[in-house]
Design a protein around this ligand. Structure first.
Ligand code: NAP
Ligand code: ZN
Length: 360
């Protein structure tokens, strides 16, 4: 294609899109058809093959953070193959293996966007679903058979990563990679991952590959063998009161992936002097913090939100180099509501991935 005209149906793209959507808050997901926009000159149209189920999808469908809009097609761990490209696309060609994560556009001008920290764009971040694009249209996510995204917000999936097990890297992978890199996890650093779920299991794999000494803090003993297999050096059950005494002043860095209400002050006490706890799990309610937990060890409490486009590509290339993917259970889209229940009861090892061929 050479012109800057929109891609037509004859070029292999039809706007009719099949999906599963939540019709209202807490309602079960069911089949839903809608129209994607026709690719513009810098857009890439992607045939979605797989989409991971992130716990965020469940928070959003249940409107646990407020502001959800319906019908909602969740899904921001998307992998697939390029079906059509706009006339000015230079980064991708038809047939490329690609991914889309948690956002599909941003203002492109603010300080954050200029630095490749688009996830912190305060002006006009366009999230992949449950948001609005720059034309005011609702965005719809990856539990669908196609998506159309500006080429600057599309990631390249390295050839040695399978598209199914790579899908969760687009959110779970980058959400752990970014803080691990930012706070210098590596040789000589003691890192704790709290919660061995979709995010946590990627955190263990990535922190281990970075050379850190990795501990898993899990709410029961059930996942002990898995944690070691995934690369953890140590495993502790937080249900045991001795754990918090034994591990006092132990860690340089704690990444907390849990969205259940747990007492963060107990975890801050496990940090060394100058240690940092980074919150990535997002509880529904506010968690009270005692100043003493921070003051007594010059400790820091921080947060981290996914990662920018450049860093997400860096993470994918890192995972390709270290042959890291997610541990997944593939399901047809018709099982998505049961899968949500299993995520909520910590009964997934460690990410559900929907095979979008099941939509047909
Ligand atoms: P997940 O797969 O459900 O994992 C959460 C883990 O939390 C569970 O596997 C479990 O691990 C632990 N947990 C569950 N219930 C618990 C309880 N009652 N007490 C203590 N621990 C409990 O969820 P996820 O997809 O990893 O997402 C985790 C959180 O991160 C969600 O709130 C999600 O919205 C958020 N998130 C944030 C970002 C970001 O950019 N900051 C990105 C994606 C997701 P154990 O069995 O090992 O205890
Ligand atoms: Zn997510």
């Amino acid at each position: 294609m050479t012109s800057a005209e929109p891609v037509s149906e004859q070029d292999g793209f039809t706007s009719q899109t099949l999906s599963y959507a939540a019709p209202g808050a807490k309602a079960p997901l069911s089949p839903y058809a809608f129209e994607r926009h026709v690719p513009r000159e810098h857009d890439v149209a992607i045939d979605i093959q797989y989409c991971g189920i992130c716990h965020t999808d469940i928070h959003q469908v249940r409107d646990e953070w407020g502001g959800s809009t319906f019908p909602m097609v969740p899904g921001h761990e998307i992998t697939g193959v390029v079906r059509a490209i706009g006339g000015k696309v230079s980064k991708f060609k038809v047939g490329d293996r690609v991914g889309v994560g948690c956002f599909v556009d941003s203002c492109r001008k603010c300080a954050q966007c200029q630095q490749g920290l688009e996830q912190y764009c305060m002006v006009a971040l366009v999230v992949t679903y449950n948001g609005r694009d720059h034309d005011g249209r609702p965005t719809q996510g990856g539990y669908s058979n196609k998506i159309v995204v500006n080429e600057n917000y599309v990631l390249r999936i390295p050839d040695n990563l399978p598209l199914d097990a790579a899908a969760p890297l687009l959110c779970a992978g980058i959400t752990l990679y970014s803080p691990l890199k930012h706070w210098d996890a590596g040789p000589g650093k003691k890192v704790a991952i709290v919660g061995l779920g979709g995010l946590g299991h990627m955190g263990v794999k990535i922190a281990h590959a970075l050379g850190a000494e990795v501990s898993v803090l899990s709410h029961s003993l059930h996942k002990q063998l898995d944690a070691k297999r995934l690369g953890a050096d140590h495993f502790y059950a937080t249900s045991s009161p001795e754990t918090f005494q034994k591990l006092a002043l132990c860690f340089d860095l704690i990444i907390n992936t849990v969205s259940a209400e747990i007492d963060w002050n107990h975890y801050l006490g496990l940090l060394k002097v100058d240690g940092t706890m980074v919150v990535v799990g997002a509880p529904e309610k506010r968690i009270p913090i005692s100043a003493i937990s921070l003051i007594t060890g010059r400790r820091s409490l921080s947060g981290s939100d996914i990662g920018g486009i450049r860093e997400t590509q860096e993470m994918l290339d890192f995972c390709a180099q270290h042959r890291l993917t997610s541990d997944i259970e593939i399901i047809p889209v018709q099982q998505v509501n049961q899968a949500y229940e299993r995520v909520l009861s910590s009964d997934v090892r460690y990410r559900f991935v929907i095979d979008m061929a099941s939509l047909a």
